[in-house]
Design a protein around this ligand. Structure first.
Ligand code: WTA
Length: 644
């Protein structure tokens, strides 16, 4: 077991470590006594795949499944033969268990504006909207697109779809009209639930015109349901008003449709290695079992807890750990609209205090902002309700880890650094809080029931300390549909696309994405989709984007070479940023645009992104012999030094 941390020291306030820190930290004693995960869990789960029955047991099944995992055919099938409804599991059963007055969703809108939905309220709303969806012609297996910001209508609509066996496709509200149109077209969805606009930093943003333009751009005809968020009663030519639909169907009782465990619960798009977004499909049984079980054992939730995952529901993190995981367990889930520092930097800690949040789950990027703003903000608030802290989305460096541990967790809350992906559905690597020691900077070992290795080019495990690719070597229940093919074969492994090292205790430390995917501020972007938007700008010849890591976390750098006779000007720089905002969304616009006469390339003309990454991060490049144009490296190094 690791050494116990020393008390908070003054010099931590600026985020810089004041002294040597232990490499491993024992679970805080107070936590272990009541933790959901126990030491025995590491041992019990040796019995794969039957160990996953414990996850299946967390759910109510309409008909029992035959096998935990059926791996006899071509496809891995989880909980085959079982039938269940996700909305019944996330709502009805808690009402029936006598917890109808317990808060299900606590929503924090603009400052001071809050709404609480008890499980009874949620039941009523979900039923009414499910009935409305039916009336609009939505049938089982139809895809309903939800283009909504962080308003309670979003989880309500997700659960209403689940209730009638429709498949939701949530599109993050920060996506542009083009990105929405691509997603609508890919799924063939003909019902779009959206809203007039939303607030961020006190400003109202228009969402409806993006929805309208996207709906016009796709071949199918698209009906729209519009939530009135801004309250300005904008005219609804031919669209359906959400509130009116819900009023009309008030008191409806829609029987939850039993779904096969393998039937789709939702699709979600993610950046792939090609220019096009990839639709990832998650099955009802395995996914729900996986997120419920990891919410219980890794996030330590029960129906007595209030959980706050500060992600957006539009990403997988929000699907799994704002909506499905916590609600499956009957916990209270907090969701907030807006930004962490608006109207002021107290907002996050005010929300924790007001809601007596037990478990707080956020991204390292956010922790970096909190550190930059300073410890005086959390110090002004009573954060003693916090019992456990979590991170997700990107590696957390040791400095940020210790800051989080000491300033937010008072040295009493374990931190779970959870590694997973859109494709994995839920958490795969993490320490078990209260059971495993923590090693700051390392996500941890695979959770019980998961097997993973860091492997070299030939697929053999690397030695401790050496870097390789992270591969998951056995199927898990939350695996995306596309990964199930062939997951029955001996020697099957899922290549996660992440590079990592493993230490002698089996703790995995993530180094970053390999190849064509970037992780910028905890968000996943494909280099191809960003670059294709940039080269579409008039006057741009070539472009390459890479992630750079600075004190404020990761940012997106675009290296752009203008065409002959086109000058590198600020207006061109703006056009580059706008083009990405139009194609994907403002959140994906490069933080830094570096103009360059040329990009580093091999003699065969292959772009060497690796060199750009090193240049961006200020790392030395010793050997440029592979390049056709080695002189560009020095030139770029000095340009980047000037801009950063
Ligand atoms: C990265 C988000 C280091 C990783 C849930 C992964 C992490 C990608 C961690 C998936 C972590 C996620 N430590 N890196 N704890 N968690 N990642 O699909 O590169 O948006 O492949 O899912 O985020 O991003 P996605």
């Amino acid at each position: 077991m690791g050494a116990r941390p020393e008390p908070v020291c003054e010099t931590m306030d600026d985020g810089r470590p004041g002294r040597e820190r232990p490499a491993s930290v024992a679970p805080p004693e107070g936590f272990a006594a009541d933790a959901n995960a126990t030491d025995a869990l590491r041992g019990e789960f040796a019995d794969w795949p039957d160990c996953w029955a414990a996850a299946g047991d967390l759910l109510d099944w309409e008909s029992a499944y035959d096998d935990v995992l059926d791996a006899d055919g071509e496809r891995a099938t989880w909980f085959a033969g079982g039938r269940l409804n996700a909305a019944a599991n996330c709502v009805d059963r808690h009402v029936e268990a006598g917890r109808k007055n317990r808060a299900a969703i606590k929503w924090e809108g603009k400052r001071g504006e809050t709404r609480t939905y008890t499980y009874q309220d949620l039941h009523r709303e979900v039923n009414a909207f499910a009935a409305a969806l039916r009336e609009l012609g939505v049938e089982e297996d139809d895809v309903v697109t939800l283009y909504l910001p962080m308003v309670p209508e979003l989880p309500i609509a997700m659960l209403a779809c689940a209730r009638i066996g429709a498949v939701h496709s949530v599109v993050f509200a920060g996506f542009s009209k083009d990105a929405l149109a691509t997603r609508l077209e890919q799924t063939g969805s003909s019902l779009l639930v959206t809203c007039d606009g939303y607030y961020r930093r006190g400003t109202a943003y228009d969402l409806k015109s993006k929805a309208d333009n996207a709906a016009l751009a796709v071949p199918q005809s698209v009906q729209q349901v519009v939530v009135d968020r801004l309250g300005n009663g904008r005219a609804l030519d031919g669209d359906h008003a959400y509130d009116r639909l819900v009023d009309e169907h008030a008191g409806a009782d829609v029987e939850p449709v039993p779904r096969d465990a393998e039937d789709a619960l939702f699709v979600i798009h993610t950046s792939g290695t090609t220019g096009e977004p990839t639709a990832v499909r998650h099955a009802t049984g395995g996914y729900l079992a996986h997120v419920a079980w990891t919410s219980e054992t890794v996030l330590d939730l029960s129906h007595e807890d209030t959980h706050w995952c500060s992600a957006d529901v539009g990403w997988i993190t929000g699907h799994s750990y704002i909506v499905y995981g916590p609600l499956a367990l009957g916990a209270t889930t907090v969701m907030y609209e807006g930004a962490p520092d608006h109207p002021e930097r107290n907002r996050i800690w005010e929300i924790v205090e007001r809601n007596a949040v037990d478990v707080f789950y956020t991204a390292p990027t956010a922790i970096h902002s909190f550190m930059k703003w300073g410890a005086e903000y959390p110090e002004k608030h009573d954060l003693s309700s916090l019992r456990l802290l979590g991170t997700v989305g990107e590696p957390i460096d040791e400095t940020a880890w210790w800051w989080y541990y000491e300033h937010i967790g008072r040295g009493e809350c374990p931190i779970v650094d959870t590694w997973w992906q859109t494709e994995t559905g839920g958490i795969l690597l993490s320490t078990l809080p209260g059971v495993d020691e923590m090693r700051p900077g390392a996500a941890g070992p695979p959770i019980p029931g998961v097997e993973a290795d860091v492997v070299g080019a030939r697929g053999d495990p690397v030695d401790p300390g050496e870097s390789g690719m992270l591969a998951v070597t056995r199927p898990w229940p939350g695996m995306a549909d596309s990964l199930r093919e062939n997951a029955t074969r001996e020697g099957w492994a899922y290549d996660t696309g992440d590079t990592a090292t493993v230490d002698d205790a089996g703790y995995i430390r993530l180094l970053g994405r390999r190849g064509d995917l970037l992780n910028v501020a905890g968000r996943r972007l494909g280099t191809a989709e960003v670059e294709s938007a940039i080269v579409g700008v008039e006057g741009v010849a070539e472009a390459a984007v890479v992630g750079g890591s600075g004190e404020a976390g990761t940012s997106l750098y675009a290296y752009v070479s203008p065409r002959k006779n086109v000058s590198a000007t600020d207006p061109l720089r703006e056009r580059v940023r706008d083009a990405v905002a139009d194609a994907i969304g403002r959140f994906a616009a490069p933080d830094v645009v570096v103009f360059t006469p040329d990009l580093p390339k091999t003699r065969s003309g292959k772009l060497m992104r690796r060199y750009l990454e090193r240049i961006t991060n200020g790392d030395d490049i010793e050997d440029t012999s592979a390049l056709r144009n080695p002189e560009i490296v020095g030139e770029l190094e000095s340009i980047v030094e000037d801009v950063s």
